[in-house]
Design a protein around this ligand. Structure first.
Ligand code: ADP
Ligand code: MG
Length: 258
């Protein structure tokens, strides 16, 4: 087994390399967009031509999204622009709400059901960037949904232990084989085929978590036995953490579809 530190250095190098290539792509994309804008201002195009130009614009937007995800992988320092004390429980709920359009209608149409249960402890707030951390939670939920094409259950827990904040995401999906477990955090690694998967979700998750001196571990009992991701962060607010230790409260909610 690869030593954790070696693995971390390797993933970091892959992220930085992807990010610098993405930087070049970004310059090229900007030139393409600029030229397209100029062309679109000219008159006398047929409808088909306008349609094609719009199609090119859509494709450029799509590529730009992926390029931007790649660029973020090079962002390994936590010189954070916009940090505030964040309540993870609320942010996870927001990630859940954001994920709902991805699956709700589709599952209902197929007569399948997804149950999402949250089991939240009152945890100390965490100093970080909301958008960045929400995208961690969103990506974990999205992957769990995608791992359960026939429906299933997701359980999300938050708790504190020994001055650390934990969030676990468990699904009853397809699980992971050994190769997937090893490669899951690599940029571009996907088992979904290039049409469906980009392989940029988990590399972004990993990068963000490391940026906050956190860690992420995977437990999967094997193929079709589901997966658990456990995230752990150091406590950023000692005082609040100590206060909350004495008033541990639980908050359990459950969403049901069908
Ligand atoms: P993508 O979702 O585009 O494939 P990700 O980086 O988000 O890329 O995930 C990489 C791969 O990790 C997925 O293709 C899948 O094989 C595996 N994976 C991630 N989350 C899960 C999960 N909850 N259950 C099973 N496999 C997962
Ligand atoms: Mg994904």
């Amino acid at each position: 087994l690869e030593k954790a530190q070696v693995k971390h250095e390797r993933l970091k190098a892959m992220g930085q390399m992807s990010s610098s290539i993405a930087h070049d792509f970004n310059n090229s994309l900007q030139q393409m967009t600029g030229n397209l804008e100029i062309i679109k201002f000219q008159k006398g195009f047929s409808n088909t031509t306008i349609e094609r130009l719009n199609n090119i614009e859509d494709i450029i937007d799509d590529v730009a999204d992926r390029v931007s995800a790649l660029q973020k992988l090079g962002d390994t320092e936590n010189e954070n622009k916009n940090v505030q004390l964040i309540d993870f429980n609320t942010l996870i709920e927001e990630g859940l709400n954001q994920s709902r359009p991805l699956w709700k209608d589709d599952m209902e149409k197929k007569g399948l059901s997804v149950t999402i249960t949250t089991d939240f402890e009152n945890i100390p707030r965490f100093l970080g960037n909301r958008g960045e951390l929400k995208s961690v939670f969103f990506n974990l939920i999205k992957n769990s949904i995608e791992a359960m094409p026939k429906g299933g259950a997701i359980v999300i827990k938050t708790f504190t232990k020994e001055k650390r904040v934990y969030a676990t995401f468990t699904d009853t999906g397809i699980g992971m084989d050994e190769e997937t477990k090893i490669k899951v955090f690599e940029p571009f690694f996907t088992t979904k085929g290039f049409e469906l998967g980009r392989g940029l979700g988990m590399s972004g998750v990993y990068n963000t978590i490391k940026k906050y001196n956190g860690d992420i571990t995977i437990t999967s009992s094997g193929i079709s036995k589901g997966t658990t991701f456990e995230i752990v962060f150091p406590v950023s607010n000692e005082k609040e953490a100590t206060e909350l230790e004495t008033t541990k409260q639980k908050d359990k909610t459950s969403f049901n579809v069908l």
